[in-house]
Ligand binder design. Sequence first.
Ligand SMILES: CC(C)(COP(=O)(O)OP(=O)(O)OC[C@H]1O[C@@H](n2cnc3c(N)ncnc32)[C@H](O)[C@@H]1OP(=O)(O)O)[C@@H](O)C(=O)NCCC(=O)NCCS
Length: 105
Amino acid sequence: MCTKYYEMYDGNNSIGEISWSGNEIRIVQVNRQYRGKGYGGLLLKHAEEDIKKKYNCVHLLAYPFDHSISQSELLKFYSKNGYKPFSFFMRWRYWIRYNRLVKYF
Ligand SMILES: CC(C)(COP(=O)(O)OP(=O)(O)OC[C@H]1O[C@@H](n2cnc3c(N)ncnc32)[C@H](O)[C@@H]1OP(=O)(O)O)[C@@H](O)C(=O)NCCC(=O)NCCS
Protein backbone atom coordinates (compact mmCIF):
# COMPACT_ATOMS: atom_id res chain seq x y z
CA MET A 1 0.00 0.00 0.00
CA CYS A 2 1.34 3.46 -0.94
CA THR A 3 2.20 5.93 1.79
CA LYS A 4 0.56 9.32 1.37
CA TYR A 5 2.20 12.50 2.53
CA TYR A 6 1.03 16.05 3.18
CA GLU A 7 3.13 19.04 4.25
CA MET A 8 1.79 22.42 5.34
CA TYR A 9 3.66 25.66 4.57
CA ASP A 10 3.77 29.23 5.85
CA GLY A 11 5.25 30.92 2.76
CA ASN A 12 8.53 29.06 2.21
CA ASN A 13 8.67 27.69 5.76
CA SER A 14 7.47 24.21 6.54
CA ILE A 15 4.90 24.16 9.36
CA GLY A 16 4.66 20.39 9.71
CA GLU A 17 3.87 17.13 8.01
CA ILE A 18 1.74 14.02 8.18
CA SER A 19 1.96 10.68 6.43
CA TRP A 20 -0.46 7.76 6.35
CA SER A 21 -0.81 4.39 4.74
CA GLY A 22 -4.25 2.79 4.36
CA ASN A 23 -6.04 3.73 7.59
CA GLU A 24 -2.89 4.04 9.70
CA ILE A 25 -1.32 7.40 10.46
CA ARG A 26 2.47 6.99 10.45
CA ILE A 27 4.10 10.34 11.20
CA VAL A 28 2.66 13.60 12.53
CA GLN A 29 5.02 16.37 13.39
CA VAL A 30 4.80 20.14 13.69
CA ASN A 31 7.99 22.22 13.69
CA ARG A 32 8.65 23.70 17.11
CA GLN A 33 7.93 27.37 16.35
CA TYR A 34 4.44 26.45 15.08
CA ARG A 35 3.34 24.18 17.93
CA GLY A 36 0.36 24.89 20.17
CA LYS A 37 -1.47 26.80 17.41
CA GLY A 38 -3.77 24.04 16.21
CA TYR A 39 -1.69 22.89 13.21
CA GLY A 40 -1.29 19.34 14.56
CA GLY A 41 -5.09 19.04 14.66
CA LEU A 42 -5.36 20.40 11.10
CA LEU A 43 -2.82 17.87 9.81
CA LEU A 44 -4.78 15.02 11.43
CA LYS A 45 -8.01 16.32 9.84
CA HIS A 46 -6.39 16.40 6.41
CA ALA A 47 -5.35 12.73 6.62
CA GLU A 48 -8.68 11.71 8.21
CA GLU A 49 -10.67 13.26 5.32
CA ASP A 50 -8.76 11.05 2.88
CA ILE A 51 -8.94 7.90 5.06
CA LYS A 52 -12.71 8.36 5.57
CA LYS A 53 -13.31 7.79 1.84
CA LYS A 54 -12.45 4.08 2.25
CA TYR A 55 -12.44 3.18 5.94
CA ASN A 56 -14.66 3.57 9.02
CA CYS A 57 -11.76 4.17 11.41
CA VAL A 58 -8.20 5.44 11.67
CA HIS A 59 -5.51 4.14 14.00
CA LEU A 60 -1.95 5.01 15.02
CA LEU A 61 0.84 4.18 17.42
CA ALA A 62 1.38 7.15 19.74
CA TYR A 63 4.98 7.60 20.71
CA PRO A 64 6.88 10.92 20.99
CA PHE A 65 9.82 11.01 18.53
CA ASP A 66 11.91 13.28 20.69
CA HIS A 67 11.86 14.68 24.23
CA SER A 68 10.00 17.83 23.20
CA ILE A 69 6.62 16.39 24.20
CA SER A 70 5.81 13.87 26.93
CA GLN A 71 3.69 10.73 26.52
CA SER A 72 0.87 12.28 28.57
CA GLU A 73 0.91 15.52 26.53
CA LEU A 74 0.84 13.47 23.35
CA LEU A 75 -2.13 11.42 24.60
CA LYS A 76 -3.91 14.68 25.50
CA PHE A 77 -3.31 15.95 21.95
CA TYR A 78 -4.83 12.81 20.41
CA SER A 79 -7.69 12.69 22.91
CA LYS A 80 -8.62 16.31 22.02
CA ASN A 81 -8.76 15.15 18.42
CA GLY A 82 -11.13 12.27 19.19
CA TYR A 83 -8.67 9.34 19.50
CA LYS A 84 -9.28 6.64 22.13
CA PRO A 85 -6.96 3.98 23.58
CA PHE A 86 -7.26 0.64 21.79
CA SER A 87 -4.29 -1.39 23.06
CA PHE A 88 -0.72 -0.94 24.24
CA PHE A 89 2.55 -2.85 24.46
CA MET A 90 5.75 -2.33 26.41
CA ARG A 91 9.06 -2.35 24.57
CA TRP A 92 11.33 -4.98 26.03
CA ARG A 93 14.32 -3.67 28.02
CA TYR A 94 13.35 0.02 28.07
CA TRP A 95 9.76 -0.53 29.22
CA ILE A 96 8.52 2.27 27.07
CA ARG A 97 4.76 2.22 26.67
CA TYR A 98 3.48 2.38 23.10
CA ASN A 99 -0.22 3.21 22.89
CA ARG A 100 -2.30 2.21 19.90
CA LEU A 101 -5.16 4.66 19.49
CA VAL A 102 -8.24 4.50 17.31
CA LYS A 103 -10.87 6.94 16.08
CA TYR A 104 -14.14 5.72 14.52
CA PHE A 105 -15.82 7.99 11.98
C1 LIG B 1 2.26 16.22 18.77
C2 LIG B 1 2.34 17.46 17.89
C3 LIG B 1 2.19 17.02 16.42
C4 LIG B 1 1.19 18.42 18.27
O1 LIG B 1 1.16 19.49 17.34
P1 LIG B 1 0.57 20.96 17.74
O2 LIG B 1 0.40 21.72 16.47
O3 LIG B 1 1.40 21.57 18.80
O4 LIG B 1 -0.83 20.53 18.33
P2 LIG B 1 -2.13 21.45 18.51
O5 LIG B 1 -1.78 22.89 18.60
O6 LIG B 1 -3.12 21.01 17.47
O7 LIG B 1 -2.50 20.89 19.98
C5 LIG B 1 -3.72 20.89 20.53
C6 LIG B 1 -3.70 20.22 21.93
O8 LIG B 1 -2.72 19.17 22.09
C7 LIG B 1 -2.16 19.20 23.44
N1 LIG B 1 -0.74 19.54 23.34
C8 LIG B 1 -0.03 19.66 22.20
N2 LIG B 1 1.28 19.94 22.50
C9 LIG B 1 1.36 19.99 23.85
C10 LIG B 1 2.44 20.25 24.76
N3 LIG B 1 3.70 20.46 24.36
N4 LIG B 1 2.17 20.26 26.06
C11 LIG B 1 0.91 20.01 26.51
N5 LIG B 1 -0.15 19.77 25.70
C12 LIG B 1 0.09 19.75 24.38
C13 LIG B 1 -2.93 20.26 24.18
O9 LIG B 1 -4.03 19.60 24.79
C14 LIG B 1 -3.40 21.18 23.05
O10 LIG B 1 -4.58 21.84 23.37
P3 LIG B 1 -4.56 23.30 24.07
O11 LIG B 1 -3.74 24.17 23.16
O12 LIG B 1 -6.02 23.63 24.09
O13 LIG B 1 -3.94 23.08 25.41
C15 LIG B 1 3.69 18.23 18.09
O14 LIG B 1 3.87 18.46 19.47
C16 LIG B 1 4.91 17.48 17.58
O15 LIG B 1 5.28 17.63 16.42
N6 LIG B 1 5.62 16.72 18.45
C17 LIG B 1 6.87 16.06 18.11
C18 LIG B 1 6.67 14.93 17.11
C19 LIG B 1 5.90 13.77 17.74
O16 LIG B 1 6.30 13.25 18.76
N7 LIG B 1 4.81 13.36 17.03
C20 LIG B 1 3.93 12.28 17.49
C21 LIG B 1 4.26 10.97 16.88
S1 LIG B 1 3.05 9.72 17.32
